[in-house]
Ligand binder design. Structure first.
Ligand SMILES: O=C(O)c1cccc(C(=O)CC[C@H]2O[C@@H](n3cnc4c(=O)[nH]cnc43)[C@H](O)[C@@H]2O)c1
Length: 237
């Protein structure tokens, strides 16, 4: 099974890499650098924000397809803000819905997603059996993970997002970009996030990035059999 794991930054990529035994090989490709771990897992620090995440993910997916070895799954992984009280700091969230929360237009009646304007998409859905397997193996909480281009910094913005997306558990900045690139290649997508901070008023002193990175390593340690079983039994071929 070939899995592409896209984090935003190198510390997240290295946290995922610690879940794998054996050496990691660096491979430079046009537009993206892969860190190849054991078992068919290619890790990439794809950049912060949906645009760079999409560009890097697309570069890796295209290179693999041209090489005759396409990926079976793309995973967006990293730290995130958690909506309180449902996704406490240190907890793990798996997306059953990856939604671009600020892709649209502001109107006199409020925010309108691009889909209401008549084009595009704002949501991608990871395969349900895969999400169920991840929940069972890791204890991750299933819910919507929002992709935003601006980190929420006030209680008012957090409340507005939650009112528009009642099932949202977390917000991060790359999932939708990874999902768009994967969809363009017909590759299923998954998003796994470890909560480093609450979504809400800005409080950099309150971040628990180290704890979240540890949770990410532990999650990937439990994930490989789940992905393997899904690929063999549940994935539409
Ligand atoms: O400066 C701030 O107030 C601030 C607050 C939270 C996060 C940031 C970042 O620059 C991190 C962006 C990075 O990490 C992911 N992430 C982590 N927490 C959040 C969040 O609450 N909202 C959105 N993204 C978050 C994100 O995916 C990026 O890769 C700055």
């Amino acid at each position: 099974m070939r899995v592409l794991v896209a984090t935003a930054v190198p510390v997240e990529r290295d946290a995922v890499a610690r879940a794998f035994e054996g050496p990691v090989h660096e491979v430079r490709l046009p537009g993206v650098t892969l860190h190849q771990a054991t078992g068919g897992y290619d890790l990439v620090a794809a950049g912060v924000g949906p645009a760079l995440a999409a560009a890097s993910t697309a570069a890796a997916l295209t290179a693999a397809a041209l090489d005759g070895a396409p990926y079976d799954l793309a995973v967006s992984a990293g730290i995130a803000g958690g909506f309180q009280p449902d996704a406490p700091v240190g907890s793990l969230v798996v997306a059953n819905e990856i939604t671009a929360a600020d892709l649209g237009a502001e109107t006199a009646d409020g925010f309108a997603p691009v889909t209401e304007l008549g084009f595009g998409t704002v949501t991608h859905r990871p395969p349900e059996p895969l999400v169920r397997g991840v929940v069972a193996a890791t204890g991750a909480r299933p819910g919507a993970v929002l992709t935003v281009s601006t980190v929420t910094g006030t209680a008012a913005r957090a409340d507005a997002l939650r009112a528009r997306h009642p099932r949202a558990l977390a917000e991060a900045m790359e999932g939708f970009g990874v999902a768009e690139a994967a969809a363009a290649h017909g590759v299923p997508v998954l998003e796994i996030r470890a909560v480093s901070n609450p979504v809400g008023p800005r409080d950099r002193a309150g971040w628990r990035i180290g704890d979240a990175l540890t949770a990410l390593t532990e999650a990937f340690g439990k994930l490989t059999p789940v992905l393997k079983s899904w690929n063999s039994h549940d994935r539409p071929h």
